[in-house]
Design a protein. Structure first.
Length: 186
């Protein structure tokens, strides 16, 4: 029996063996496949969704789709790449649904309830609301580094304040800026 060594020292059967057993409806093989890829897929989906509940939903839905369509996996196809593709599409579908849901909520407000005010009066409030909305897409650590950097602190001071390395501060800020750029593109 061919095995693959995992990072947690547990031995797994090869992907090919697991797929063959799953196609025979072997629940142990299905469980082993799920356990083998769960953490990786959870992390992957979380990086797209940035929300634990939505991530759990995406992973469960993604694995469900994977098991239902396992018979469509080509004989020479790479299982992990195929799972990543399913998880990516599932996570993006959830992200689209959430954006549509938040947009639809705004459609429900009758026009007569929206006060008429001049654009110059509301500009600071709009900027603040957008900033707050987008900032919440960041992890707590990314938010903190971003805010400290926006206040003018150097990476040296940020690293001392948060007890992280300067390099880590730079990487976290870079990651936060990438997320913010993506959000503002949308």
């Amino acid at each position: 029996m061919k095995t693959v060594e995992s990072t947690n020292s547990r031995e797994y059967r090869s992907d090919q063996e697991l797929v063959e057993l799953c196609l025979q409806n072997d629940p142990c093989a299905e469980n082993e496949l799920y356990v083998k890829y769960y953490k990786t897929m959870y992390t992957f989906c979380y990086n797209i969704l940035r929300n634990r509940e939505h991530t759990k939903d995406a992973v469960i839905e993604g694995f469900s789709k994977m098991f239902k369509k396992l018979d469509t996996l080509g004989e020479n196809s790479c299982l992990s790449s195929w799972i990543y593709t399913i998880m990516k599409h599932t996570a993006l579908d959830i992200l689209r649904k959430e954006k549509k849901r938040s947009h639809d909520t705004l459609k429900d407000v009758p026009d007569e309830m929206v006060p008429t005010i001049h654009q110059k009066e509301c500009a600071p409030y709009i900027e603040s609301a957008i900033k707050d909305f987008v900032i919440h897409r960041l992890s707590e650590q990314e938010q903190r580094v971003f805010e400290l950097h926006a206040e003018g602190l150097s990476h040296e001071k940020i690293s001392k304040e948060l007890s992280i390395t300067e390099t880590n501060s730079r990487v976290i800020l870079c990651r936060a800026m990438a997320v913010l750029r993506e959000e503002f593109k949308k």
